[in-house]
Design a protein around this ligand. Structure first.
Ligand code: ADE
Length: 250
């Protein structure tokens, strides 16, 4: 997958993406990161990329020309993939980023990520250049770069080959819309803190049942808001009912 990042701070990349799972994916060429400095597309000698807001008010606004032209330069290198590449503006006003959105973006052959800065980006970039707007949470970051790093990391986990067999995305939290069950490793007894017996039993059916129940309980206790959209079987619904949860009617 080709990921194009447009930023005023290219030195922030690859940053944390250079290590661990994403670092390996970059080395193997499963992910290709192309970072462009938006400033290189400024029209004036001083490479100014921000200006005062029309109508007044505090803070500067990112100018449209350098951003639009940086996107065009990125698309020009994508060839026939250009039309299939979402042009994503990272902004606190975007749609909330979730595991599902990460999965959806991972199906594209390429992504173009625009990192906003200052008080915001000229509205014409949103309207005419970006095809998608994403927020990583209800808080304001200094710029879109940290958000882009988060999105790239979460998307990479869904790109075929990026996770080894032993690191399957299928058991991650949010797979199927539930939180992950608790995990344990050796020793079975550490200071008298014991691993649940069932996990030592070797009974795979029992272990799978216990894990499913733990996922359901954990989601019910910590993130009940996830349950209405989770993939639940009749048996799951029965178990949740026994623990006091009932789906809300329309
Ligand atoms: N830029 C600033 N804050 C952001 C957020 N919460 N998500 C995405 N991009 C941002």
């Amino acid at each position: 997958m080709d990921i194009h990042v447009l930023t005023l701070f290219p030195e922030l990349f690859p940053g944390p993406l250079a290590v661990s799972v994403t670092g390996r994916a970059l080395k193997q060429g499963l992910l290709r990161l192309h970072v462009r400095n938006i400033r290189d597309f400024a029209h004036d000698r001083h490479q100014v990329c921000d200006d005062y807001a029309y109508g007044g008010g505090p803070g500067m606004v990112m100018k449209p020309e350098p951003v639009a032209e940086a996107v065009e330069a990125a698309k020009a290198t994508l060839g026939e993939k250009a039309d299939q590449a979402p042009i994503v503006l990272l902004t606190p006003q975007g749609r909330p980023f979730t595991q599902k959105v990460g999965q959806e973006l991972a199906r594209s052959p390429a992504l173009v990520l625009i990192c906003g800065h200052y008080e915001g980006v000229d509205e014409r970039v949103r309207e005419r250049v970006a095809t998608d707007e994403i927020s990583i949470g209800d808080y304001v970051l200094t710029g879109g770069e940290l958000a882009a790093l988060v999105v790239i990391d979460a998307v990479a986990r869904h790109v075929p080959g990026v996770l080894g067999n032993e690191e399957s995305a299928a058991t991650d939290s949010f797979a199927g819309g539930l939180l992950q069950y608790p995990q344990y490793t050796r020793p079975a007894d550490y200071r008298g803190w014991l691993v649940p017996d069932v996990l030592l039993s070797g009974n795979h059916a029992e272990i799978a049942r216990w894990r499913r129940h733990q996922s359901l309980l954990r989601t019910l206790l910590r993130r009940p808001d996830l349950l209405p959209r989770a993939e639940l079987t009749k048996e799951d619904l029965r178990f949740l009912n026994e623990h006091g949860w009932a789906p809300q009617g329309p």
